[in-house]
Design a protein around this ligand. Sequence first.
Ligand code: TMP
Length: 250
Amino acid sequence: MAVGQKLYEGKAKILYATEDPNILLTHFKDDATAFNAQKKGSITGKGEFNCAISTHLFKLMEANGIPTHFIDRTFPNEMRVKSVKILPLEVVVRNIAAGSLCQQTGLKLGTILTPPLVEFYYKNDELGDPLLTFDRLRVLDLATPDQVDQLIELASRINQILTDFFQQCGITLVDFKLEFGCVSSVGQSANHTGQIILADEISPDTCRLWNQAESDPNKRVMDKDRFRRDLGNVEDAYRQVMERVLQQTI
Ligand code: TMP
């Protein structure tokens, strides 16, 4: 694996090899996509905003005992991360009904969900990231029952930490998506064994965030819904989230 070799390019990030096989470099792109890349665009400064926000939130997680892949931020839009085998799952936590939950169930936008919903989606672009049932998870062998229990427990703890944190920022955490990876220890050949740690990113690309100072349902949106729904002022919203997040000490 050559140093600097591009290992993977996703819709929002690129992963590069480093001199250490256990460490990868993540480059956060300004590119934005929605609806499984049917809509494409660019958000100026997004790479830097999302890298800064994710850095702060990963540090917040570590400070609260949640293991993450984060090592350090090496450039405004680059961070070093531990190399992990990503579980092919998107774990979505919902505190308030929005997005696909409303579209698919008819629940009214803004309905408070107590307790929060924890959902699993199959991370598979060709299939359009379908919602999974526990039986489908088992049939597809995407995670062991023990791993599913661990993921629910981790996602619920992360939700509590993030909800409290964003509350301090004057922001309501509506919902968010997490990805997890497995750290393989020396001598392990199986892919998805080992400790489960939080990976990917936590940013306005992967969360729904509502400004508590705004009651207008469009003006309050501070996340990628501004891009998805052509609400305008996308860069301003991301910058505002970054400024409020970075103001909070951990
Ligand atoms: P949804 O309501 O569209 O299912 O989205 C739920 C949450 O997951 C929302 O905060 C946005 C985030 N999300 C992603 O991070 N990536 C995706 O591909 C999708 C569809 C949603």
